[in-house]
Design a protein around this ligand. Structure first.
Ligand code: UDP
Ligand code: MG
Length: 243
């Protein structure tokens, strides 16, 4: 059996120049690990040369699998498609633009299996000040409204047990709330300090208008889900189950 133990899932939207560098850095890290791995790159309807760069990457490294969307469907959709395709017991996500370093992946893997999810926490964030401030406000509001203590839910560098992820249905925008969704299922979540660098090539796909505003509505959806969670404890159970 050649099933990989680890699947790395990367959403890609117009990241042409980043792809060769990303693959090189990822391969260097994965080569140091004991387990077999696969890299699933999900092209979210890119309109630059990303798909060709992914074809080239696949031709050079058999660990690489590519899914390419017809149209831009959003980062949550790209991640959901990657999760569905993943075969590893453990899944790692990170951005294609190398703002997260693949070299930090082992730090997250160390925390599994004690935890079900390890989330990167960018202690020294390298984004423009407006982004840093708006993220800080968003994290504080999220934690307050959802009674949470996640310092950096927006960091894409995360490791998950696939069995846990399979219990979670993703909606658009909900990739930002995965730590809370995990905790709602009773799964154990830990934050791990990771590095962060400036974007090397290409531009950010988000601004205040398309991130902050929709994520405030998403926040209310999560709050509603938390409040409406079904709780019960079985007192007794009898009778044969049909199978
Ligand atoms: N991305 C995507 N679909 C989108 C927007 C972004 O697949 O509609 C990908 C993007 O290519 C990158 C990751 O999601 O790999 C995070 O996007 P970005 O780096 O622009 O976000 P930021 O770091 O600025 O928060
Ligand atoms: Mg980025």
């Amino acid at each position: 059996m050649n099933t990989p133990a680890l699947s790395v899932v990367v959403p890609v939207y117009n990241e042409e120049a980043n792809i060769p560098l990303l693959i090189r850095e990822l391969a260097t890290t994965l080569d140091t690990l004991d387990h077999r791995s696969e890299i699933i790159l999900v092209d979210d309807g890119s309109c630059d040369g990303s798909l060709q760069a992914l074809r080239n990457a696949h031709a050079a490294d058999p660990r690489i699998r590519v899914l390419s969307f017809e149209d831009n469907a959003g980062q949550s959709a790209a991640m959901a498609a990657g999760f569905r395709a993943a075969r590893g017991e453990v899944i790692v996500t990170l951005d294609a633009d190398l703002q997260n370093s693949p070299a930090d992946i082992p730090l997250l893997l160390e925390k599994l299996p004690e935890y079900d999810m390890a989330c990167g926490w960018r202690v020294n964030r390298q984004d423009p000040w407006l982004r840093r401030v708006s993220s800080r406000v968003a994290n504080a509001v999220r934690n307050r409204v959802n009674d949470e203590q996640i310092r950096d839910t927006g960091c894409s560098l995360k490791a998950y047990k696939r069995a846990c992820l399979e219990r979670i249905k993703l909606y658009n925008g909900m990739h930002r709330f995965l730590p809370t969704l995990f905790r709602m299922e009773g799964f154990r979540v830990v934050e791990v300090q990771v590095g962060h660098t400036r974007r090397r090539h290409g531009t950010s796909k988000y601004n205040i208008g398309n991130r902050l505003v929709p994520s405030l509505f998403d926040l209310l959806a999560i709050r509603w889900m938390k409040k409406r969670r079904i709780h019960y404890r079985i007192r007794e159970e009898f009778g044969e189950t049909l199978d």
